[in-house]
Every structure is written in C-alpha cells, then in structure tokens.
Design a protein around this ligand. Structure first.
Ligand code: ACM
Length: 541
C-alpha cells in the first residue's frame, strides 16, 4: 500500500524494500539518460537548490540517480527503484520521468520543497522500495481566471510549479472576460490599451454595496505568454488558452465598439465592466466580428501550441440578439430556428476554422445548446449532464462540475470564511468527486479525457486569496485526477488526511497560503460583505 510514504497524489503501487533509508550526499551523481535533460535541469534547480547538493553529471559509481526512458512503461507512467544500488527514476516518456522526479522530491521530505537549505548537515534520504505509478486521466486540469482579477506573470509561473508538484498537466488560461482582456494581440492594440483596465471594482458579492475605488488591470505581452508556455512545457504542462465568445465580451466591445450589437445599444458608451454577474453586452453575430476574432485566433495559434483552443461559449445572454435587426436577419438568412442556433452557428464557425488549422475547439457545455459543432469537445461545468450528452454523441469531455470542483466556492459554512459565495464545497467533497458518472458505458466513458478544477476570481482580489481558495482543495483534486481511487463512498478520506498532514508541510515550504484545517487565520479572513453562506444563492458571476 501507499500509505507508509505519505505521497500526494497516491501512487498505484509501493513495495517496501529493505529497512533503512538511502541517503544522498555531495558525491551523489546524476546520470541523465537520452531525452531526460529537462528533468535533470528541473531536479538540479529545485532539489539541488533545496539540498545544496551539486548533483554533478556522471555514472562513475552507484551513488547516483539515474534518469531514463523505458519502453515498457505507459507514456506518463514511471517507476522508482531504491534498492541500495543506483537510484532509478524511469518513465515511459520524459513526462513520466518528470512525474517520477516529483515523487522523488516528496520522498526527500518537506524541506526539499524550499529554495535553499535551512539546516546544516541535514540528511537527505529516501525510503527503500519500488514505486510503480501512472495517471488515471490524461487531462488533469487547473483553470485560473486572470480576467476578473489579473494575476501578474510571476504568480502564473508559480501556479505552474504548484501544478507540477501535484502532477497536473493542463493549465486552462481564462484570458478574457467582461472585466478585462489579458493577452496582447498585436493587430488590435486597443484590446489591451482600453480593454485591460477598469476604473473600479465591486468589492464582494455582486449584491454588495461596496466598491474598491481604484483602477485594476494588467495584461501579458506576447513575450510573457511565450515564457509562460515554455515554462509550462518544461514541466510537461500544456497551456490551453481561452478567449471567451460570444458572451463575456464587454471588455473587447469596449475596446472595439463595432464588435457589439450597435443596432441595439450605443456600444461607444461602454466601459470595461466593474461588477460581477453576466453582462448583457455580447458580440454581434456579424462578419466583422468573425473576421476580427479570426485575427485574434491567428495570433493565439502562434503563441499556444496546444491541440485544444478554448472558445468559452458560456452564459451568452441572447437579449440583444432578440432585439437586433441584424442578428434576426442573420437567423433568417441562415435558416436557423432561434438565437441558440445562432450561437451554435457562431461556435461552429470557429470549430471549422480551428480544425482547418490542425487544432481542436473546446467550449463550456452551453455549446451543446443549438447543436454541438462536429469536432468540438466540452468542458462540463453545470454538472455532469452536458458531459454525458456530449460523450454519448461521441464528443470528448472534460468533467469540471461546479458542484465539486469550483474552488471559488466556500470551503466551510460559518462567519469566518472570507469568500462570499454561497455554496459550500469542502475538502472532503472534492476528494469524493468522481469524474466519470456511472451512467456512461465504458465506450462512452472513453470520451472523458479527464477532469479540471476551476478558479474564478471575482472575489479573489490578490494572489493570497487565490492560494486560500485553491489549497488544500487542489491537492485533493490532484489525487482524484491522478490516482486510481475507488468509488467515492469507498475512498479512505482518513488516509488522505493523514497524508495531508505531511503535505501541508510541503505547501508551507512552498509558501502556499492554504486554508488551514482548523479554519482561516485572522489575516485570511475579510470583513464580511454578504459573506455568510447564502442558502440557494446563485454562483457569484
Ligand atoms: C462558467 O463557470 N461560466 C464556465
């Protein structure tokens, strides 16, 4: 069993070896097998820095760590063998070796997560034994909303490190929304000049009477994006960008008023939205809009090599389309039944456009309404139903139901919880989340690529609040995404908590401001602005 070695996420198999531990020292060498150079770089820069050990390249004696790719292992699987001879970290690919290296760092103890040694003469040892491990899902995602509150680049890179430490491998980068546009697009400079700053911000829930009366904003330059994508790739993480269309687009319309429904409202009077909820100001279904966004996606494809490109598609209010003669004429001309089909046509356009360029479209489950585009995959967020319908229709699915894995939702009831979203999703709720609902047949279930935890940041105005909401629940989520857990009711939550006791010390060493098991610390609380659990309240968007 895995429990003796307190790993998170839990590995498939751990076989205890001889008693005692195997200690590394100044003479320990690192043998970098073909294709594992990136893992060696990562080990030296993290474990090397934390331990102060040089980990020189070499194979002269058994006191060494050997990194190698082995064909008998599954692509992301790995094997660690500690038997008193050379220590082996083997993977089915460089990714597998990397996940093995992550486990190896956990075996060395919490101080291996620091950036420099903290004790002279500290012993750095790993337990004797063999670990064999492989992930359950190939999409182990984490979504960060940098539109509602901007996360400076350093914070994004740090989250990529935290993902890697939890063997998560897809970073869904929610880059645009009503409240801000966060990625430089060279041909449309106003998207960031005008669209990345708002004058003030609603403080707390959208019904709160308070405002933060100061500008908020920021964006990533294309060089920042290239750096983020490369940093992620070195950690075997794919960055999937999201440009949310046709709803959630008020910031873009503010920058380029011709993108909006100009026959319904004076879009030149709009500003980047300063409150929460769903803006009625959506894109106009015109050729102008389609050409404009083709231009956006052209630059995006240059920046992001991911197979999937996320186009949002959620919560597009259709009121303006109902009132717009232009939108109604388009419905008629295309022979569509209603506004839902108009949205399906809009999304379908980008499905064909992306497919023609060798990419795949993914969108939120609203893209099922009005008919799902041929090649589209679905992020199922309003529960399982959208994902089930999509999988049954032969479409790929990422399960991220808000009932379990929306980490903006509060972690406990009570006055102390700082974030005023009514729903309670505890650490245990997340641990007992099952990404594949039982109603899917095995054939249908093959379309569940995996699962994703989502962090929406309306009520997280700085990185410390993001830490608080994200951890420790992302640690439980990582185990759901990676480990081969039994059915929810049979999961050993007490064992998870026991391993978390050690994992909290790793998070401490990494400087993560998680929610402590006993509840928030004073600095993590915030004056309650409608901060109590709100019975039956809608999500705070
Ligand atoms: C969403 O939460 N609107 C995808």
């Amino acid at each position: 069993m895995t429990s003796e070695i307190e790993l998170i996420p839990a590995p498939r198999h751990f076989t205890q070896g001889a008693s005692g531990r195997d200690a590394l020292d100044e003479a320990t060498l690192l043998e970098t097998g073909p294709g594992t150079e990136g893992v060696a770089r990562w080990l030296r820069s993290t474990v090397g820095a934390a331990t102060g050990l040089p980990l020189r390249e070499g194979r002269d004696h058994d006191n060494r760590i050997v990194l190698s790719i082995e064909a008998d292992l599954p692509p992301e699987g790995y094997r660690i063998v500690i038997d008193g001879s050379a220590r082996r970290i083997q993977g089915g690919s460089a990714a597998g070796v990397f996940w093995g290296a992550q486990t190896f760092r956990q075996l060395l103890g919490p101080d291996a997560f620091r950036r420099a040694p903290v004790r002279a003469g500290q012993e750095w040892a790993v337990p004797m034994g063999t670990i064999e491990d492989a992930p359950r899902f190939r999409w182990r995602g984490f979504m960060l909303d940098v539109a509602r509150h901007f996360m400076p680049k350093e914070g994004v890179l740090r989250h990529l490190d935290l993902m890697a430490a939890h063997k998560l491998n897809v970073f869904h980068f929610h880059l645009t929304d009503d409240q801000g546009w966060r990625v430089e697009i060279k041909r449309y400079p106003k998207l960031t000049e005008a669209g990345s700053w708002r004058a003030r911000t609603k403080f707390g829930h959208r019904a709160s009477p308070l405002w933060e009366e100061k500008p908020h904003g920021g964006f990533y330059t294309q060089d920042d994006i290239r750096e983020i994508v490369a940093y992620a790739a070195e950690r075997h993480i794919t960055v999937v960008p999201e440009i949310d269309v046709p709803g959630h687009s008020q910031a873009a319309i503010t920058a380029y008023p011709e993108l909006g429904n100009t026959d319904v409202i004076d879009t030149t009077s709009l500003s980047v939205w300063d409150t929460w909820g769903i803006s009625a100001n959506v894109l106009a279904p015109t050729d102008t809009t389609l050409r404009f966004y083709e231009g956006v996606f052209e630059e995006l494809l240059e920046l992001f090599p991911s197979d999937f490109i996320h186009v949002g598609g959620d919560e597009c209010l259709k009121d303006q389309w109902r009132q717009s003669p232009t939108a109604q004429a388009r419905i008629k001309e295309l022979g569509l039944a209603d506004e839902d089909e108009l949205q399906a046509w809009f999304i379908g356009h980008f499905d064909k456009w992306l497919t023609a360029r060798g990419r795949r479209l993914i969108g939120w489950d609203e893209i099922l309404e009005g008919g799902l585009a041929d090649g589209a995959a679905v992020s199922s967020w309003r529960g399982y139903a959208g994902g089930v319908a999509a999988a049954r229709a032969g479409h790929d699915v990422v399960m991220c139901p808000e009932q379990y894995v929306y980490l903006d939702h509060r972690q406990a009831a009570g006055e102390d919880e700082p974030v005023p979203i009514g729903y309670v999703r505890t650490l245990e709720d997340v641990y007992r989340f099952e990404p594949v609902p039982p109603e899917l047949t095995p054939d249908e279930a093959r379309h569940v690529l995996g699962t994703q935890a989502n962090v929406w940041t309306e009520v997280m105005e700085d990185p410390a609040r993001v830490d608080y909401q994200t951890f420790p629940r992302l640690s439980a989520f990582a185990e759901v995404a990676w480990s081969s857990l039994p059915a929810p009711a049979d999961r050993d939550y007490a064992d998870f908590e026991r391993r978390m006791a050690v994992h909290y010390r790793r998070l401490d060493a990494l400087g993560v401001g998680y929610r402590p098991p006993a509840g928030p610390l004073p600095w993590q609380q915030r004056p309650g602005v409608l901060g109590r659990p709100i019975e039956g309240a809608p999500p705070n968007r």
